[in-house]
Ligand binder design. Sequence first.
Ligand code: MN
Length: 311
Amino acid sequence: MSTLDQDLDALAQPITAHGLELTDARQARVGDLTVRRLLPLRLRRSVGAWCFVDHYGPMSVDGVTGMAVPPHPHIGLQTVTWLLAGNVLHRDSLGSEQMIRPGQLNLMTSGRGIAHAEESPVDHDPQLHGVQLWVALPEASRQTEPAFEHHAQLPFHEDDGLMITVFMGSLAGSQSPAATFSRLVGAELSARREVSTRLALDPGFEHVIFVATGAAEVAGTELRLGQLLYVPAGHEDVPLAAPAGTTMLLLGGVPLGERLLMWWNFVARTPEEIQAAVADWDAGRLGEVGGYTGAPLKAPPLRPDLLISKP
Ligand code: MN
């Protein structure tokens, strides 16, 4: 998974309704998969500390390779892998090897540097559906030790037919055990029946909501697959209606207040840091991933003119 700043230039302006912003995903390629890239946005690089959102599937991977992301490095972020269907195998340069399934969390904290690979295992499930998310590490935590954690059990509660599973941070009294470095929330919202409720939010957080399956109406705005709705801080709740079977993701947090410089798989602050990370990866200093068949990814050619931090 990667991001290049030039991708952002093609983005349309968000549609604003009811004080919220609705943005369409853009298409991106991750190996053989086409994904919906919902963050970063040209005008909004992060929501809380969330700075990258890819949504892929649901798709059939029956008889095909499926996900195949070769070894690649990260700095300055946490990768959050959350599945709605299928299974994916994670391997990293710490020696972690972990299969993940729906309802579980794979969380990798890159800190100052790590490498990993993610792939559909050889005998994978026929369906694949999930999200790949990044959380930017705040300045004070960017150089932390790299770490990997897997959580098979996560807290959930039901609100008026809406099953809420909190995989990062906290929401309405449910607290994920996953390591976080800023105040935030990541949750799956699943309509067990037709739902019409007010979803409680932390008014100190800004949020985004998107649909993974089905459709919803949030604060009077129709929300379809491939759209991202931004809710600014200051909302104590938001009206939410959805038919049975709809699944949504809610991401939010305290606005980061830091200018992020994102290049390829790196989240940094200065062009020099990005250049150093590319040199470190080229020289094999960001770790080696064992067990993956195939060559590691190479960083794309560095375009210094694109290494400009935008708000
Ligand atoms: Mn990655």
